[in-house]
Design a protein around this ligand. Structure first.
Ligand SMILES: NC(=O)C1=CN([C@@H]2O[C@H](COP(=O)(O)OP(=O)(O)OC[C@H]3O[C@@H](n4cnc5c(N)ncnc54)[C@H](O)[C@@H]3O)[C@@H](O)[C@H]2O)C=CC1
Ligand SMILES: CC(C)CC(=O)C(=O)O
Ligand SMILES: [Mg+2]
Length: 371
């Protein structure tokens, strides 16, 4: 009897359900092959949850997330919900579930498939073989800091306010995640901050230095201001191995890094918490991209970022390395064969839709499994 893994699936909004359907097919393939048994619960988050329940993060979703071994998310948001009050917008659901599950470490690997390196608008030697890991702090910083809000002053002037706040334990725990990862990679961490302007990130830098000196003497730690880091990512991304940064800087830099891989439709992510007293560690896997309303419902979305997020789930939550390798190898073969969704299309390649990309990956998984 195959091992049973409880997975909460949150398709979300826009292209979320479309890309998630392709992952469900791959999950089905693994089950049919006798590799694993998934107990899947489907839940609501974001706009889909607002439409059904009036709020972006229903209690049932949170309860189901806590009862599952891992959560897989499509994306949330879209113009339909743009005019809602800020606190019940779809994105609040995503921020809420991250916070409630304590998912403070967001791993966003930018790995370039060879076939896409050759198609890149950047020089081949800049991107070929690129493999960097952006470690983004996910439950603190300016996305959560208090005070926040919009208020009207006595003279009628309106004031908008958000606060960038980090405490030393928050900085140290994300620093440890980055340095532990770097110990298994190139032993290099670049901490990205804005310590020339923001006191909060002066503390960030000081704590990273302390952590490295006290606990990770083998790590080569460097520091870079975020404006320079955004430029260096495009100019010479191979100078980086692991980057560690704040919530907002990581959000922005990872979209930049997505273009090194060819498209936002190629970048997966894992959001991880700490293990509790019983050894339970919450984990949520999601593509870096959003709900892409401009292409939603048209079979145009690239499902590979979500499929690769699922392979991260297999690796990080279920220790199913061989199965993750198989899926990634299938993707590589499909890309080598010139099969492309519109976002990674190049001259001479075969343009396909979301479903056909799923078909192609499954076909290659079949072929690989047969040897
Ligand atoms: N994790 C999440 O659920 C996120 C949600 N959002 C939300 O998504 C909505 C749209 O936000 P945008 O700023 O437009 O960002 P977006 O990431 O949804 O789209 C940016 C651009 O990339 C393209 N794109 C994104 N994913 C793609 C894919 N898989 N295949 C092909 N092309 C793809 C889109 O068509 C669009 O042109 C907003 O409501 C936003 O708040 C944005 C980012 C993350
Ligand atoms: C809450 C999300 C919309 C923030 C975001 O863009 C992301 O996590 O990548
Ligand atoms: Mg983002």
């Amino acid at each position: 009897m195959a091992d049973v893994k409880k997975v909460l699936v949150l398709p979300g909004d826009g292209i979320g359900p479309e890309v998630m359907t392709q992952v469900r097919r791959i999950m089905g393939w693994l089950e049919d092959a006798g590799k694993v048994k998934f107990e899947v619960t489907e839940g609501l988050l974001g706009g889909a949850a607002i439409d059904a329940t009036g709020g972006p993060m229903p209690d049932e979703t949170l309860t189901a997330a806590k009862a599952s071994d891992a959560v897989l998310l499509g994306a949330v948001g879209g113009p339909k919900w743009d005019d809602l009050p800020f606190d019940i917008k779809p994105e609040r659901g995503l921020l809420g579930i991250r916070k409630e599950l304590g998912l403070f470490a967001n791993l966003r690997p930018a790995v370039v498939f060879d076939a896409l390196a050759e198609a890149s608008t950047l020089k081949l030697d800049v991107v070929k073989g690129l493999d960097i890991m952006i470690v983004r702090e996910l439950t603190g910083g300016i996305y959560f800091g208090q005070p926040r809000g919009i208020e009207t002053l006595p003279d009628g002037t309106r004031k908008g306010l958000n606060s960038l706040v980090y405490t030393t334990p928050e900085i140290t725990r994300i620093g440890k995640v980055a340095m532990d990862l770097a110990m298994k990679r190139g032993k290099k961490v670049c901490s990205v901050d804005k310590a020339n302007v923001l006191e909060c990130t002066v503390l960030w830098r000081e704590e990273m230095i302390k952590l490295q000196q006290e606990q990770y003497p083998e790590i080569e730690l460097s520091h870079m201001y975020v404006d320079n880091a955004s430029m260096q990512l495009v100019r010479n991304p191979k100078q980086f191995d692991v980057m560690v940064t704040t919530n907002m800087f990581g959000d922005i830099l990872s979209d930049t890094a997505a273009m090194l891989t060819g498209s936002l439709g190629m970048l997966p992510s894992a959001s991880l918490g700490d293990a509790d007293a019983n050894g339970k560690r919450y984990a949520l896997y999601e593509p870096v991209h959003g709900s892409a309303p401009d292409i939603a419902g048209q079979n145009l979305a690239n499902p590979l970022a979500t499929i690769l997020s699922f392979t991260m789930m297999l690796r990080y939550s279920f220790d199913m390395m061989a199965e993750a390798d198989l899926i990634e190898q299938a993707i590589q073969t499909v890309l080598n064969a010139g099969i492309r969704t519109g976002d990674i299309m190049q001259e001479g390649a075969t343009k396909v839709g979301t479903v056909e990309m799923g078909d192609a990956v499954l076909k290659e998984m079949d072929a690989l499994a047969k040897g």
